[in-house]
Design a protein around this ligand. Structure first.
Ligand code: HXC
Length: 258
C-alpha cells in the first residue's frame, strides 16, 4: 500500500519499521497521517511474518504533536465529529509489541503516541513534553492519564500545567523511556530490541503484553486472575511444550506460534 505521510519497511528478522514522514512540519500528526499509521499498524498486526513493530520519526522530531493548523479553526462539534481519538484507541488495541524510537521533539500528541507504545528507546537529543497548555488546550490523546501513571502525579502536573519539555535523561530517570542512546544509535538499538522480541514465542509475547497492559485498568485481584488464566492458556500451546523440552535437551527452541 502507498502512503503519503509514513514509510513502512519490513525486516527479514521479523519486525517492521514505521517511520512518520512529514519532516517539513516536524512530523505534526494530521488526520491523514494518523489514518495511515493506524492502517499500517493493523496490517502489520495481522501479518504472519511480523512479530514486533518499531515506530520512529527522524533525528529532529519523533512528532511535534497534533497538527495545530488543522484544528485551529475547528468547533467543538467539528472536533467531536472528526472523532480522531477513535483512531488512537485502535493503536492501543494492536496486539504485537510496539517499540518507539524517539529522537528530537516528542510533544503533545507525539508524546502521547510515544506513551501508547510498549517500550521506548530515546536518543540523547529527545525533548519530551505536553505543551498543549501553551496553545490554550490540554492533552487529549491520553496524556493526562498515561503520563500520570508513568511518572506520578506531581511530575505529570508540572509537565501538563507548565508545558515544559524534559530532556531524555530526565525522561529516563522518571521512567518514561527505557534507554537513552547517542543519536547515531537509538534507531539501531530499537531495531535490535524488536529483533530480540521477534525471536520469542509469539503467543507468549501476545498474552504477556495483554497482561502487562491489563495492570493499567484493573484491580490487583482482577489483574492477577487475568495473568493466571493467560499463564494456564499457554500450556495449551505447542510452543510451551517445545520451549520446556528444548530447555531440558539443552538446545534452542523452534517456535511455531501455535
Ligand atoms: C503544525 C507544526 C507543529 C504542529 C511544528 N510545526 N509543530 N505545524 N502542528 N504541532 C511546523 C511549524 O509551523 C513550522 O512550519 C515547522 O513545523 C518547523 O517548526 P518551527 O516552530 O519553525 O521549529 P522550531 O523553532 O525548531 O520549534 C520547534 C517546536 C515548535 C518547539 C517543536 O515547532 C513548537 O512549539 N511546535 C508546537 C508544539 C506543540 O504545541 N505541540 C502540541 C500540539 S497540540 P512553517 O511552515 O512555519 O515553517 C496536540 C494535541 C494532541 O498535540 C491531541 C491529540 C490529537
Amino acid at each position: 500500500m502507498d502512503y503519503q505521510f509514513i514509510l513502512v519497511s519490513k525486516d527479514p528478522a521479523g519486525f517492521a519499521v514505521v517511520q512518520l514522514n512529514r519532516p517539513e512540519v516536524l512530523n505534526a500528526i494530521n488526520i491523514k497521517l494518523m489514518e495511515e499509521l493506524v492502517a499500517a499498524l493493523e496490517a502489520l498486526d495481522s501479518d504472519q511474518d511480523i512479530r514486533c513493530i518499531v515506530i520512529t520519526g527522524n533525528e529532529k522530531a519523533f512528532a511535534a504533536g497534533a497538527d495545530i493548523k488543522e484544528m485551529s479553526d475547528a468547533s467543538a462539534v467539528e472536533m467531536l465529529q472528526r472523532d480522531q481519538f477513535a483512531r488512537w484507541d485502535r493503536i492501543r488495541k494492536v496486539k504485537k509489541p510496539i517499540v518507539a524510537a524517539v529522537s528530537g521533539f516528542a510533544l503533545g500528541g507525539g508524546c502521547e503516541l510515544m506513551m501508547t507504545c510498549d517500550i521506548v528507546i530515546a536518543s540523547e537529543t529527545a525533548r519530551i513534553g505536553q505543551p498543549e497548555i501553551n496553545i490554550g488546550v490540554m492533552p487529549g490523546a491520553g496524556g493526562t492519564q498515561r503520563l500520570t501513571r508513568a511518572v506520578g502525579k506531581v511530575k505529570a502536573m508540572e509537565m501538563v500545567l507548565t508545558g515544559t519539555m524534559i530532556t531524555a535523561q530526565e525522561a529516563l530517570q522518571w521512567g518514561l523511556v527505557n534507554k537513552v542512546m547517542p543519536v547515531e544509535f537509538y534507531l539501531e538499538e530499537a531495531k535490535a530490541l524488536a529483533k530480540n522480541i521477534a525471536q520469542k514465542p509469539p503467543l507468549a509475547v501476545r498474552l504477556a503484553k495483554e497482561s502487562v497492559l491489563k495492570a493499567f485498568d484493573t484491580t490487583i485481584e482482577g489483574g492477577l486472575e487475568f495473568e493466571r488464566k493467560n499463564f494456564y492458556l499457554l500450556f495449551a500451546s505447542e510452543d510451551q511444550k517445545e520451549g520446556m523440552k528444548a530447555f531440558t535437551e539443552k538446545r534452542n527452541a523452534q517456535w511455531k506460534g501455535k
